[in-house]
Every structure is written in structure tokens, then in C-alpha cells.
Design a binder for this molecule. Structure first.
Ligand SMILES: [Mn+2]
Length: 361
């Protein structure tokens, strides 16, 4: 496995490349261009400039998270063909720059969602928290309106209050898109891009929906093993693969993460692993934790052992961490707890490998 660390760029991240480089075993950064509007082609010179700044610090830029999908593609509007064409060019440009994996998601309208961004745990650390009882009765338009006053701590990437009119219009358009239609639209997108991925040697890795269930009546399809099975068959190519996010899929206790890793990893369809832990509090109520198995509901030893058993050679990154030691950073993306997470994953990996050697003697 190759260990990477997500970085939001010089302007948007409190963490420096030098700090990332000093975390044991990290060889690469997971980056993105944040100033290119969704749907546009990523310009070659901007990609190369990002790559060069990462390279200068002795790190690789082989994974992009994310190249976001324009809403018209998810909705299946006629305008999608132009956006798919742009995406194809984007893949070619990234491939030329040495990028091997693109992480993306296919969640309608909203990206990940939490009901609290800084929930205090007894030890004083702060974590992301989700309570479906809070979320289920909220009108999404009101939710974005409320963000203006910042009264409830929600963060909805990409839905700033000034885009409210657009949001109402988009929600209206989704009334005719159910799960079946969304699968169809995903297939249309994949049919358009996977041949280019094969030429450019860039693997697509879809990120599960977070949380893995429907919100605000909008369809969500990247939620469980059964749907992932359907997804990898939409286009039967190794370039149509997965970002296996243990914390997103794992928010539903019915998803057996080690088993899912063995299944899809055995098929060669996992290209990127996000590893983190969550703690179940109740039905569709959970919070994030440190990576340690004992702190959450997922067994990180079993997860790392599953990766080891499939001889995983793809990319891994620690996912969200807690906010600790008075660090000020974007929620989930502080330096300290993610670095602790990596140290722990390194320890598990080394121990699993050495135990296997001992047992084979
Ligand atoms: Mn993730």
C-alpha cells in the first residue's frame, strides 16, 4: 500500500507539505484544484503547478480527490454531453501529469453531511457528529439559508447561501430522478469516460455516499455491497473502481467493511482506501473517533488485515481525524489526529506482515 495524506493546497490548508512529509511512511499527497468551477476542464498548467509544488517537497501527486461531477450529469440533462467531454479532457490532462487515480462521488445535490462539526468528547477532543433525527425534518433550502447565520454548524460544501435560487431549481429537477434513473445516469457517464481512462491509464474510484442513505428524499446509490456490485458491473473494466471509505460505508452497521474489502479488493476494483473509525450511538446516529479500534465501532485491525490479505498495492489515506491539542483546521482535517492515525495504521500493517511471516516458519 502507498500511504497518502489529503492536502487542500497552499492557500486553503493550515498544514504544510513539509509537515506532511515528516509523517512516517507518507509518500504522496491527495490533492485537487479548488478554483476550477465544477464542469470545467482542469487546465494543464494549473495541474502541473500543483504537481511541481508537491514534488519539490519530495512527495507524489498520484491521486486526485475529487474531480467533481456536474449536477447535469447526475440529472441526465442534455447538457451532460458537453460536461462529459470536459471530464474526458480532464482525465487526459491528469494522466499526462502522472495522476493514476481520480476519486469522485455521485451524490445528488449535497456532498457529505453532519449535524454537528465540533461535538465535544469527554476527553475534550472534537469530532464530526451525525444524528438522523435532527437531519430528517430539516428542509434543505432552510438548511442552506441557516448557514448564512451560521446558527447550526452545518457545512454544505458547494452550497453557499448565494446559490439558493439554483438550489431550489436543482431540487425540483431531482423530483423525476429515482435510484434507477441515477444508476442509468451513472452508467451513461462511465460509458463516456472509461475508454479514455483506459487510454490515459487513470483509474476512477467512486467514493461511497456519506452517510450511506437517502437524505431529503434525494436518491443515493453508493451505499452498500449490493449496489457496489451493480456499480462495478455497469462498465466491466478495472478502471471503473472504488474508493473504499470505511467510515462512510461503516456508518451503516449492516455494511461489513472487512468483507467488502476482500470482495472488491479481490476483484482488483479498490484503487483508494479511506481508513477511519466511527462510533454508533443509535439508529442512524454516530460520531467519528480516533482511528483506534477501541475508540469506535469498527475493527481497524480486521480492516487492515483485509487489505493485507488481498495484497493491496493501491493508495490509502487516513480519513477524518478529531480536532485535538487546540489545533485550528478544517473540521475532520487537522494534522495531529490524522498523523496519529497513520502511525497506528503503520503499526497494524507492520505487525500483520511480521505475524504472517512468523506463522509461516
Ligand atoms: Mn472518505
Amino acid at each position: 500500500m502507498k500511504i497518502t495524506f489529503r492536502w487542500f493546497g497552499e492557500k486553503d490548508d493550515s498544514i504544510t507539505l513539509e509537515q506532511i512529509r515528516q509523517i512516517p511512511a507518507v509518500t504522496g499527497v491527495v490533492g485537487a484544484l479548488y478554483d476550477v468551477p465544477v464542469g470545467d476542464v482542469w487546465p494543464m498548467e494549473k495541474i502541473l503547478s500543483l504537481k511541481n509544488s508537491v514534488k519539490k517537497e519530495g512527495l507524489e501527486l498520484e491521486v486526485i480527490e475529487s474531480v467533481n461531477i456536474h449536477e447535469d450529469i447526475k440529472l441526465g440533462l442534455p447538457s451532460r454531453d458537453q460536461y462529459i467531454e470536459n471530464y474526458r479532457q480532464c482525465i487526459r490532462n491528469l494522466g499526462k501529469a502522472g495522476v493514476r487515480v481520480i476519486c469522485y462521488n455521485f451524490m445528488p445535490v449535497f456532498d457529505w453531511l453532519r449535524s454537528e462539526l465540533a461535538h465535544k468528547l469527554p476527553d475534550g477532543s472534537e469530532v464530526l457528529y451525525y444524528d438522523h433525527n435532527v437531519v430528517k425534518d430539516i428542509d434543505p433550502v432552510k438548511l442552506v439559508e441557516d448557514m448564512a447565520t451560521n446558527s447550526n454548524g452545518f457545512a454544505l460544501p458547494g452550497w453557499e447561501p448565494e446559490r439558493l435560487a439554483e438550489l431550489k431549481d436543482t431540487l425540483e429537477k431531482y423530483k423525476s430522478v429515482d435510484e434507477e434513473k441515477l444508476f442509468e445516469n451513472l452508467k451513461y457517464f462511465l460509458d463516456g469516460i472509461i475508454p479514455v481512462c483506459e487510454e490515459a491509464d487513470v483509474k476512477m474510484a467512486i467514493h461511497p455516499d456519506d452517510p450511506p442513505w437517502s437524505l431529503f428524499g434525494l436518491p443515493r446509490i453508493v451505499t452498500c455491497r449490493e449496489n457496489l456490485d451493480r456499480l462495478v458491473k455497469l462498465v466491466d473494466s478495472p478502471y471503473n473502481g472504488l474508493t473504499l471509505c470505511s467510515g462512510s460505508l461503516g456508518a451503516n452497521p449492516e455494511n461489513n467493511i472487512p468483507e467488502i474489502i476482500r470482495h472488491f479488493g479481490g476483484m482488483g476494483r479498490i484503487h483508494f482506501g479511506h481508513v477511519r473509525n466511527v462510533k454508533f450511538i443509535g439508529d442512524r446516529v454516530f460520531h467519528e473517533t480516533s482511528h483506534l479500534s477501541g475508540d469506535g465501532s469498527l475493527d481497524l485491525f480486521e480492516i487492515m488485515k483485509a487489505y493485507h490479505d488481498i495484497n493491496f498495492t493501491g493508495y490509502i489515506r487516513p480519513d477524518h481525524g478529531r480536532m485535538i491539542w487546540s489545533e485550528k483546521a478544517r473540521p475532520g482535517y487537522g494534522l495531529y489526529d490524522r498523523a496519529l492515525g497513520i502511525a497506528y495504521l503503520n503499526g497494524l500493517w507492520e505487525a500483520i506482515g511480521k505475524m504472517k511471516k512468523l506463522q509461516s516458519k
